[in-house]
Design a protein around this ligand. Structure first.
Ligand SMILES: [Mg+2]
Length: 161
């Protein structure tokens, strides 16, 4: 059971993820979470450093699709500046959103990585489809109260890895 939740890579920040590492694994497309991965929770802008990281990865031939449980308007507004494709109302960890995102990326699970800050949505969803999964430390501690409860459970599980 726990193995179904174990991320392939643990990292503190997006900046520690290099194009070289992913390309060595054969990754061509990245499905990335929005809240607390690219932005601070519920903020409507992506900081300059994250924009630069995305552009750097794209310049190395990697493609992005944002996958979020948030609504279309919020995502559109936030990722507009970067011109990324996205899937809204994804209901992660359900498979459907991940499959749609792969369609947009023109990739398969074997060459797709998932980057996100939550075990029970981002990582579980990616693992269910056999993708490479990367768990990142959440950017901010302020979040939805339901998420806070999940964090407590996450902590217990992460200790076992
Ligand atoms: Mg998140």
């Amino acid at each position: 059971m726990l193995e179904k939740l174990r991320p392939d890579i643990f990292t503190d920040s997006l900046h520690e993820i290099s194009a070289e590492i992913l390309k060595k694994k054969g990754i061509k497309g990245i499905i990335i979470d929005l809240d607390n991965t690219m932005t601070n929770w519920n903020e409507r802008f992506i900081t300059e450093d994250v924009c630069n990281w995305v552009k750097m990865m794209e310049s190395q031939g990697l493609r992005f699709c944002v996958l979020s449980n948030s609504g279309k308007r919020r995502i559109e507004e936030t990722v507009k500046k970067l011109g990324l494709s996205y899937v809204a109302n994804a209901f992660k960890p359900r498979k459907q959103g991940f499959v749609l995102a792969m369609k947009k990326l023109k990739t398969e699970p074997v060459n797709t990585a998932v980057i996100g800050d939550q075990l029970f949505t981002d990582i579980l969803g990616g693992k269910r489809l056999g993708m490479t999964t990367i768990l990142i430390k959440p950017r901010a501690t302020r979040e939805f109260f339901g998420t806070k409860l999940m964090r407590k459970l996450e902590k217990i599980i992460l200790k076992r890895f």
